[in-house]
Write a protein that binds this ligand. Structure first.
Ligand code: C2E
Ligand code: CA
Ligand code: CA
Length: 957
C-alpha cells in the first residue's frame, strides 16, 4: 500500500513537471471572507469519460493522493476539480454557487443560454456537500474543518462552468434578497408600462400603440425569464429555460422592428420599407422555429439582428429626421440610448465588460429604453388636442377643410354693404390692406372693366332671387397694373325675414389655371418650335381673308409657300437641335418682313406658308416672294460655322374665280415643288400647267421619252386669221401626243412632264423643226400677199438654255423663210423670273430673224411695263380675257391692251374666239388677229393644207 502511494507520488511529481497546472492548489478560505471567486481556481476536464482520476491538493501533511470518481450515470461527463483549505481553527460553512445563466461572456454567436451546471460534488474527504434548493444556481453547502484541505471533484452537466463562487451563506442570502427586490422593481415598472401602453392602444386606435405595447411586453417577458420569474411560478426544471430565453431574445428583435415600422409610418414613405420590414419580421419570427431545434443558434441570430436593427434603424431615423419628419426627430434621443444599451450588451456578452452588476444594470437599461419610447409615443398621443384625437364637430371639420383648401373667405354683409375677405387677396394684388374691405362698389374699381357688368348683375340677381349660387370668374387689377384671375363661389343666406342678409363663399386665385388654359389654347393652334400659327389657324385666317375679299371686295390674299432646299442634309450634318434653331431663325427673319395683316405659319418640318394681304399687284407679290428667298439665302451663323441655305418659293395668286383656301395652298405648294424641281433657290408662280398627278408621272415620263424616239409625238396646226377679212395669217404649232394605251394626252399634261424631265428641249426642237419645215413648204407653195407665219411655243426652260440660239439659227438656216415669219411664243413668267438674261436672249433671237410673240398675256403677274421693255412683235391675249364670263369690264381692258399693243408697234392676237359674236366684238375692239375654235381646231397638216387651198381659191376669184 505504501509502495502504491509512493508510486503515485512519483507519477504526480513527474506529471507536475510536464504540466505544472496539475499541481492543484488549494484555495484558502478565511473565516472572514464573504465571497471568493473560484472560477479561475477550477481545473476543467471537459468530456473526459465516465470517470475521472485526479491527484488531490497536498494536505497539511504534504501528501498528494489519487482519487477516482465515477460518473453518476456512466456518461461521458465533464469534470471540474478544485481544492479548498481552512487555515483557521474554526469550522466554517460555505456555499458553492454556480449560476445557471451568466450574461457576461455568454458570447454573441452560439451563446451559452445557461443550464444546470453541477450534477454532484465529491470531496476527497469528509461529508459530501449538500445541495441547497435554488431557482437560478446550483448551490451546495460545504463544511470545512479547521486546517482541512479538501479537494472537490465536480461532475458537470455542461462542458463549461462560466462562474463558480464560494459564498458566506448569510451574505449570499442577503445578496439574493437584494437582487430580488431590484428585479421586483424593474419587473413592476416594465409590467406597468406594458399594461399602460396596451390600455392606450385600446383607447386610441393608432397602430403606433399596439406596436409599442408589443415591444413593452416582449421586454417584460425577457426580464421575467432573465430574472427566473417563471421558475417560481411554473414548474420548469431549474436551468432548463434556454428555449424561453432564446424566444425572448427573438421577440425583442421582432418587436423592435414592428415598433420602428409602425412608429415611423414607414409604409407611407415607400413600399420598399414595407417589404423590407415584413421580410425581416418573417425572418426573425422564423427564428422561433429555429429556437425549438437549437435555442443557442436562434439566440445568436437574434442578438446579431438586434445589433443590425439598432444600426439600420438609426440610419433610417437619421435620414427621416434630416428630412424634417418630426416623429423621427423625437425618436433620436431614445434611439441613441438604445444604441448605447446595445453596445453595453454586446460588450457584456463578449466578456469585455464583466462584473456583477452589469447584468441587472442592462435589465434596468432596457426598461429605461422602453420607458423613453413609451414617453415619446405618449407625447404623440396627447399632443394636438381634440382635433388630433379626431373629436371634431361637422362645423369644425368644414372650417378646417376650408383652411386646408387654401381658398379665401368672401363674406358680404348686405345690410351694411360690407365685404370682408382675407388679407390674402390684397397681398396677392399688392394692394394696401383694407382696400377691398368695404362696400361692394369699391370692388368695381379693381375689377377688370370687361368683368364689371357681369359681377354686378350676378350679385344683384342672387339678392333678388334669394337663392342660387354665384360662380363667377373675374379679374382684379394688382398694384402694378396686371390682372389676376379669381373665381368667386358664394351663396346667399336668407334671414328670418326672408331677405338675403349675407352672401358668403370662397374666393380662389385661378390666374395660373387661366394662363395654362390660354397656353393650351395657344399650343393647340401654334407650332411649338417656332410659335407660329399651325395649319388649322392658318387655314382659318386664309379662309377668312378670302371670304372678306369676296364680300367686301378688299384685297385678295395670295399664298406663298417656301421650303428649304436640302434641309435634311443640313439637319443630318449639324444635328437636330441646330436644325431646330435654324428653323426658328428663318421663321424670325421672314416674320420681320411681314405686315400685321399677313400671317406666317409652319406647314411641316421645313416648309412654311404665308398669307399675303399687304401686297396686291402681281409684281409686288413676286418681289415679296423674292425677298423671302433672299432672307433665307443670307448665311446663318451657328456656333463657329456658317450654314448656307436656299429656299424654293411658290406663289399662288387667286384669279377672279372663287377659290377655296386649301386649293390656294395646294397651288402654292405645287408652284414651290416646281421651283424645287428646277433646282431650288427660285420663285415660281402657280399656273394650271403645273397640275400633274404625281402618281403616274414617272411612267408618263418614260413613255414620253419613248414617244419622242419613235415618232409618237406629232404636231397640229391651228389657224390664226385676220379679223378684217377672215383670211389665214398663220398657224400656231401645237404638240400632240397620242399615247399608245391612254390615247391622246393633253399638252397641259405632258408639257410640264417634259419640262420637269428635261425632255422639253428635245420636244421643243422637234416642234420648232417641224413648224419651220412646214412653213417653208407652205411659203413656197402658196404665194400669199403677206407671207404666212407659224408660231411655235417655247418653254421658259428652253429660253434658259444657250442652245436655243443655235437651234433657232440652224432651223432658220435650213429653211429659207421670210424674215420674222417663224415666231417664238414665250410666256410672261419666263421673262419675269430672269429679266436681264431674258432681255439679252430675246434680242439675240430677234437678230437671228425670229419673230417674238408674248403668249398668255394677262394671266401672269407681269405689268404692261414689260411690254415696253421687251421688244415682242406680237402679243397674244389670253382666252380668259376673250371669252365672256360675265365680266362687264372685259371690253375696256381688252380695248386698252389692244391700244397699248398698237401704240408699241405690236400686233395683237386674241385667243379663244369660239363664237361669231366673239369675233365681231374683237374686231370692233380693234383686235386684228384671232385664233380659236370658230376658225379652226388645231389640225393635221393635210387639213391645214386644205384650208390654205381654199384660201388660194378665194384669192384667185
Ligand atoms: P397655248 O400656247 O395658249 O395654246 C393654245 C391652247 O388653246 C391650245 O391648247 C389650243 O388647243 C387651245 N385653244 C385654241 N382655240 C381655242 C378656243 O377657241 N377655245 C378653247 N377653249 N381653247 C382653244 P393645247 O393644244 O391643249 O395646248 C395647251 C398648252 O400647251 C399651250 O397653250 C401651250 O402653252 C402648251 N403647248 C402646246 N404645244 C406646245 C409645244 O410644242 N411646246 C411648248 N413649249 N408648249 C406647248
Ligand atoms: Ca401658245
Ligand atoms: Ca396662249
Amino acid at each position: 500500500m505504501r509502495l502504491l502511494i509512493l508510486v503515485s507520488l512519483a507519477l504526480t511529481a513527474w506529471l507536475s513537471v510536464a504540466s505544472p497546472s496539475h499541481a492543484l492548489e488549494a484555495v484558502e478560505v478565511p473565516a472572514s471572507s464573504d465571497a471568493i471567486d473560484l472560477t479561475r481556481a477550477v481545473e476543467l476536464y471537459p468530456n473526459s469519460g465516465p470517470s475521472l482520476q485526479v491527484s488531490t491538493a497536498p494536505g497539511a501533511d504534504g501528501i498528494v493522493r489519487r482519487i477516482e470518481v465515477n460518473s453518476l450515470d456512466d456518461a461521458n461527463s465533464s469534470w471540474a476539480v478544485f481544492a479548498l483549505s481552512n487555515p483557521g481553527d474554526e469550522q466554517i460553512d460555505r456555499l458553492i454557487v454556480a449560476p445557471f445563466f451568466q450574461l457576461v461572456g455568454s458570447r454573441l454567436v452560439w451563446p451559452d443560454l445557461g443550464s444546470s451546471r453541477i450534477a454532484s460534488i465529491t470531496p476527497s474527504q469528509g461529508i459530501a456537500p449538500e445541495r441547497q434548493s435554488s431557482q437560478e444556481a446550483d448551490v451546495f453547502l460545504v463544511t470545512l474543518d479547521p486546517g482541512a484541505v479538501v479537494t472537490y471533484v465536480v461532475e458537470l452537466r455542461s462542458p463549461s462552468l462560466p462562474q463558480i463562487r464560494l459564498w458566506e451563506p448569510d451574505v449570499y442570502k442577503d445578496t439574493v434578497n437584494a437582487y430580488t427586490l431590484y428585479r421586483g422593481i424593474i419587473l413592476g415598472i416594465s409590467g406597468l408600462l406594458a399594461l399602460f401602453l396596451t390600455i392606450l392602444f385600446v383607447v386610441k386606435g393608432t397602430i403606433m400603440f399596439p406596436a409599442t405595447a408589443v415591444l413593452a411586453w416582449s421586454v417584460l417577458s425577457y426580464l421575467t425569464i432573465d430574472f427566473g420569474f417563471w421558475n417560481k411560478v411554473l414548474q420548469i426544471t431549474p436551468g432548463d429555460e434556454q428555449l424561453y430565453r432564446a424566444c425572448a431574445e427573438v421577440g425583442l428583435a421582432a418587436s423592435l422592428i414592428i415598433f420602428l415600422y409602425a412608429y415611423l409610418n414607414l409604409n407611407r414613405w415607400h413600399i420598399r420599407y414595407s417589404h423590407l420590414a415584413l421580410a425581416t419580421l418573417i425572418l426573425v419570427l422564423g427564428l422561433l422555429g429555429v429556437a425549438v431545434w437549437d435555442p443557442s443558434v436562434a439566440a445568436g441570430i437574434a442578438r446579431i439582428s438586434l445589433g443590425i436593427i439598432g444600426v439600420l434603424g438609426f440610419a433610417v431615423i437619421a435620414t427621416l429626421a434630416v428630412q424634417g419628419y418630426d416623429r423621427a426627430i423625437m425618436l433620436v434621443p431614445t434611439w441613441v440610448l438604445l444604441l448605447a444599451w446595445l453596445t453595453g450588451a454586446a460588450m457584456t456578452v463578449t466578456g469585455i465588460l464583466a462584473n456583477d452588476i452589469v447584468q441587472p444594470a442592462l435589465a434596468g437599461g432596457l426598461v429605461l429604453v422602453v420607458l423613453l419610447i413609451g414617453f415619446t409615443v405618449m407625447q404623440h398621443a396627447f399632443a394636438g388636442g381634440a382635433i388630433a384625437q379626431g373629436l371634431i364637430s361637422d362645423v369644425e371639420r368644414r372650417a378646417l377643410a376650408f383652411t386646408g383648401s387654401g381658398d379665401i373667405v368672401w363674406d358680404w354683409d348686405i345690410d351694411r354693404d360690407r365685404i370682408s375677405t382675407g388679407h390674402e387677396v390684397e397681398d396677392l394684388l399688392g394692394l394696401k390692406p383694407g382696400v377691398l374691405e368695404g362696400p361692394a362698389r369699391d370692388w368695381l374699381d379693381v375689377i377688370h372693366p370687361q368683368d364689371r357688368d357681369t359681377f354686378r348683375s350676378t350679385l344683384d340677381a342672387v339678392i333678388d332671387l334669394r337663392r342660387g349660387r354665384v360662380s363667377q370668374a373675374f379679374r382684379l387689377r394688382s398694384e402694378d397694373g396686371h390682372y389676376r384671375w379669381f373665381r368667386l363661389r358664394a351663396r346667399p343666406i336668407v334671414g328670418s325675414d326672408g331677405e338675403v342678409i349675407r352672401c358668403v363663399g370662397s374666393l380662389l386665385d385661378i390666374t395660373e389655371q387661366k394662363v395654362t388654359e390660354e397656353r393650351l389654347l395657344h399650343d393647340a393652334v401654334h407650332d411649338n418650335l417656332t410659335g407660329l400659327p399651325n395649319r388649322e389657324l392658318f387655314m382659318d385666317r386664309l379662309s377668312a381673308a378670302l371670304a372678306r375679299s369676296r364680300a367686301e371686295g378688299l384685297g385678295r390674299p395670295s399664298v406663298i409657300v417656301f421650303d428649304l432646299d436640302r434641309f435634311k442634309q443640313v439637319n443630318d450634318s449639324i444635328g437636330l437641335s441646330a436644325g431646330d434653331s435654324i428653323l426658328l431663325t428663318i421663321a424670325r427673319r421672314v416674320s420681320r418682313q411681314l405686315k400685321p395683316q399677313d400671317a406666317l405659319m409652319r406647314l411641316g418640318s421645313d416648309t412654311y406658308a404665308l398669307v399675303l394681304l399687304s401686297e396686291q399687284s402681281a409684281d409686288r407679290i413676286a418681289a415679296f416672294a423674292d425677298a423671302v428667298r433672299r432672307a433665307v439665302r443670307s448665311p446663318i451663323t451657328f456656333g463657329e460655322q456658317e450654314v448656307f441655305l436656299t429656299a424654293s418659293v411658290g406663289i399662288a395668286i387667286p384669279d377672279s374665280n372663287p377659290v377655296e383656301s386649301d386649293e390656294l395652298l395646294r397651288q402654292a405648294d405645287m408652284a414651290m415643288n416646281h421651283a424645287k424641281r428646277m433646282g431650288g433657290d427660285r420663285v415660281e408662280v402657280f399656273r394650271p400647267t403645273l397640275q400633274t398627278t404625281g402618281s403616274n408621272r414617272m411612267e408618263l415620263e418614260a413613255d414620253l421619252r419613248k414617244a419622242l424616239q419613235t415618232d409618237g409625238i406629232s404636231v397640229h396646226f391651228q389657224p390664226i386669221v385676220r379679223l378684217a377679212d377672215r383670211s389665214i395669217a398663220g398657224f400656231e404649232v401645237l404638240a400632240r401626243w397620242n399615247h399608245p394605251k391612254r390615247g391622246p394626252i393633253s399638252p397641259s399634261e405632258f408639257i410640264p412632264i417634259a419640262e420637269q424631265s428635261g425632255l422639253i428641249n428635245e420636244l421643243g426642237l422637234f416642234v420648232l423643226d417641224r413648224g419651220a419645215r412646214q412653213l417653208s413648204e407652205w411659203q413656197a407653195a402658196y404665194r400669199l400677199p403677206v407671207p404666212l407665219f407659224v408660231s411655235v411655243n417655247i418653254s421658259s426652260l428652253q429660253l434658259l438654255r444657250h442652245d436655243l440660239i443655235n437651234d433657232v439659227k440652224s432651223v432658220l438656216s435650213r429653211s429659207s423663210l421670210a424674215p420674222g415669219t417663224l415666231k417664238l411664243e414665250l410666256t410672261e413668267s419666263v421673262v419675269m423670273a430672269n429679266p436681264e438674261y431674258s432681255a439679252r436672249m430675246l434680242e439675240r433671237l430677234r437678230h437671228l430673224g425670229a419673230g417674238l410673240s408674248l403668249d398668255d398675256f394677262g394671266t401672269g403677274y407681269s405689268s404692261l411695263s414689260y411690254l415696253q421693255r421687251f421688244r415682242f412683235d406680237t402679243i397674244k391675249v389670253d382666252q380668259s380675257f376673250v371669252r365672256p364670263n360675265g365680266r362687264s369690264a372685259r371690253p375696256v381692258i381688252l380695248r386698252s391692251i389692244v391700244a397699248l399693243g398698237h401704240d408699241l408697234g405690236m400686233q395683237v392676237v386674241a385667243e379663244g374666239a369660239e363664237s361669231e359674236s366673239d369675233a365681231l366684238e374683237l374686231h370692233q375692239l380693234g383686235c386684228e388677229f384671232a385664233q380659236g375654235f370658230l376658225f379652226g381646231q388645231p389640225m393635221e397638216v393635210s387639213e391645214a393644207g386644205k384650208m390654205l387651198d381654199a384660201e388660194m381659191e378665194t384669192l384667185r376669184n
